[in-house]
Design a protein. Structure first.
Length: 683
């Protein structure tokens, strides 16, 4: 990897009369990039170091230096980032530069394809399918092929995600399946390859594109039409790319080709925050940048404007353990504060109680709720926490996924339990029936309209005039419920285990591209159910959690007075005064499947690094000392490898109860004066 660093020419901005005072508005690291990023340039921008500011000022400097807007290409990853860049550019310059090529990769790809896609045999009037349209097309293709499939052949959503991952990662269907969907049988893999081929053909026949095609066909234009490539690469004298560590195979290939003529390519990113391999992002793109582009200049933005020195010291020490990285060291600009606190709690329930109690104390001390975040590695890590937040009436917004009990796979499991408690529950029966192969809405209505008996055994003894495949599915349900009826209703976890093993695992694999994650959620749900010996109480607690609404909260309260509960992936780029990172036990975070794979393990450490660098003033790292599993009972848990590898001088350590007692005058406080929960959907 290149270690060449370009040094600042300090008098450079004095030679021209610029409207923007670059010297006084930027620090030396940022100014160095803005003035000297000619040629191939890699900007390693640490967390909280002002990378967006640097990009915007670099663009402004190019414009003030005489470069025309239409000669500059600025690419981002999300619409939100594109909008933020555009507003900052307009604010800095006083107007938005007309003709500037700025937006997401897909936005720019669409803009180019509208003018030139005829070269590939499409017309410029092509339409772009949304995900639902793509699923419908794949379903039509499946219906047109005489596939010898079993009852749990993958649904269109799963097939589309396999195709998409393979496309963006630049790998074959077989490789994609081996990497992420290895539960599929060889015969099914062969059918998916056939479906993929027909899917591509059908899209061209219909003159439609899916989201991935906006990149695939853009790259194809560049590869198959040298004259077009030369023209386009001549157009863009300067190319700027944000979040380069998140690029996939196609995006990196496009950038390489576009920068071939002028060779002014500036990419900004942080390899230490590369956490999206599950979306086909490839960290090798940023790590190999100096080897791909000759004479690369490497800049470093290492001054952090977010966190205290103590938080940064811990984050720096953690990420230093990764081998696949550019070395960097975040330097603080904020005053000293408290050391991060690392502490064990007896179990996940005590963990939830501590976090909620500490939140109430921080709020009493004047810290607004929206300045506090709880970060989780996986959805099921928030199970007890969400219940505790509800019990304490602490309002929260969930980012990066639905509230735990509102997720489809959990509601599916609950529907089975509702039938056991109330066999005449037509809503629950409908949900369960539609999970079964060969049972559609009409058949479900046929059955549910005849649920006149309050006895489950009598209900399932009837075959309701069903025939062939639908009858076979109903008979499978009969067997399942007959088995359940032999179990005491108090044994909720045992009932759920039977449902998962006999009925739901195959359904999950055929229906969800992240089936294993959902199965892990259900397994934790089963563990949680062991705390109950009453099915009615269990269902009541879950229902109350589901129905915790925002009634009575004003719009201002909903926007400001809420805790943020977020997956770490969704927290990237955000910051809060106080941050809690929970469930830091080995096998939980890092995930147990990553421990034997060095590359996956290092991505888990990068995820930990992202979590710690979200905190501005206070950081709490918590791990349960014991974990409960229905199959093994209570077991002792080791602290996360990411905790054990830290020098104890970097944090304060102790037993939670001795540092922050859960007992006392505030323990039973109920925040009735606070607004209730608002849920934000996944972004």
């Amino acid at each position: 990897m290149s270690k060449k660093v370009y040094k600042l020419k300090s008098d450079q901005v004095d030679k021209k009369n610029y409207k923007i005072d670059y010297k006084n508005e930027l620090n030396q690291e940022q100014l160095n990039v803005v003035l000297n990023a000619e040629g191939a340039c890699l900007v390693l921008a640490g967390a909280g170091s002002g990378k967006t500011r640097t990009l915007v000022y670099r663009l402004a400097y190019l414009l003030e230096s005489g470069i025309e807007p239409e000669e500059i290409l600025l690419m981002t990853f999300t619409n939100k980032a594109a909008q933020e860049m555009s507003s900052r550019i307009e604010e800095l310059l006083g107007l938005y530069p007309k003709g500037l090529w700025a937006g997401t990769f897909h936005h720019i790809g669409n803009k180019i394809l509208r003018k030139h896609i005829k070269k590939l045999g499409y017309t410029s009037s092509y339409t772009i399918m949304d995900e639902g349209d793509a699923y419908d097309l794949i379903n039509n293709i499946i219906g047109s092929i005489d596939i010898q499939k079993d009852k749990y052949f993958p649904k269109a959503r799963v097939i589309k995600n396999i195709i998409s991952f393979a496309t963006n990662a630049g790998v074959s269907i077989e490789t994609a399946i081996n990497k992420r969907f290895n539960f599929l049988e060889n015969e099914t893999v062969d059918w998916i390859k056939i479906i993929n081929t027909r899917y591509k053909t059908k899209k061209k026949e219909l003159n439609v594109l899916d989201y991935d095609d906006l990149l695939v066909l853009w790259l194809k234009l560049l590869e198959e039409h040298p004259d077009f490539l030369e023209s386009l690469s001549k157009t863009f004298k300067y190319i700027l790319v944000d979040e380069y560590q998140d690029t996939n195979h196609i995006q990196a290939s496009i950038i390489k080709k576009l920068a071939n003529y002028h060779k002014n390519i500036l990419v900004v990113g942080d390899d230490a925050q590369s956490i999206y391999s599950f979306r086909a992002a490839d960290i090798k793109n940023i790590l190999s940048f100096p080897n791909i582009f000759e004479d690369t200049k490497t800049f470093r933005l290492e001054t952090n404007y977010r966190s205290t020195p103590e938080i940064l010291a811990l984050a720096n020490a953690s990420i230093a353990n990764n081998t696949e990285q550019f070395s960097k060291n975040l330097k603080p600009s904020q005053p000293s504060g408290n050391k991060p606190i690392i502490a064990g709690v007896n179990n996940t329930e005590q963990q939830a109680k501590f976090v909620t109690q500490k939140i109430l104390e921080l709020n009493d001390e004047g810290l607004p709720l929206n300045k506090i975040a709880i970060l989780i590695r996986a959805d099921y890590h928030a199970l007890e926490l969400e219940l505790q937040l509800n019990k304490k009436s602490i309002p929260y917004i969930k980012r990066g996924g639905m509230k735990f009990f509102e997720q489809a796979h959990l509601k599916d499991m609950v529907a089975f339990l509702k039938i056991i408690q109330n066999p005449q529950d037509q809503i629950a029966w409908t949900r369960v029936l539609l999970l079964q192969p060969s049972i559609g809405k009409a058949t479900a209505v046929k059955i549910t309209s005849r649920l006149l008996d309050s006895d489950l055994a009598n209900i399932i003894s009837n075959e309701y005039g069903l025939r062939t495949k639908a009858l076979k599915s109903w008979q499978n349900l009969q067997q399942l419920f007959n088995r359940i009826l032999t179990i005491d209703q108090k044994q909720i976890s045992q009932i759920l285990e039977i449902i998962l093993e006999d009925n739901y695992t195959d359904y999950a694999h055929s229906s969800f591209d992240n089936a294993q994650k959902r199965i892990e959620d259900i397994e934790q749900f089963i563990n949680f159910s062991d705390k109950y010996n009453s099915l009615g109480t269990f269902l009541s607690d879950i229902t109350l959690s589901e129905n915790f609404q925002t009634q009575g909260a004003t719009e201002t309260q909903q926007q400001k007075e809420q805790i943020i509960l977020s997956t770490i992936h969704q927290a990237k780029g955000l910051e809060w005064d106080s941050v809690f990172v929970i469930h830091l036990a080995s096998g939980q975070f890092p995930h147990n499947k990553s421990i034997e794979n060095r590359l996956e393990f290092e991505e888990e450490r990068r995820l930990f690094y992202v979590a710690t660098t979200r905190a501005k003033k206070e950081l709490y790292l918590l791990y349960p000392i014991t974990l409960y599993s229905h199959s093994t009972g209570m077991t002792f848990a080791n602290p996360s490898e990411f905790i054990r590898e830290l020098d104890p001088i970097l944090y304060d350590e102790g037993n939670i109860e001795s540092i922050y007692p859960l007992s006392g005058s505030k323990q039973n406080r109920n925040s009735d004066d606070l607004p209730t929960i608002e849920y934000l959907p996944e972004v």
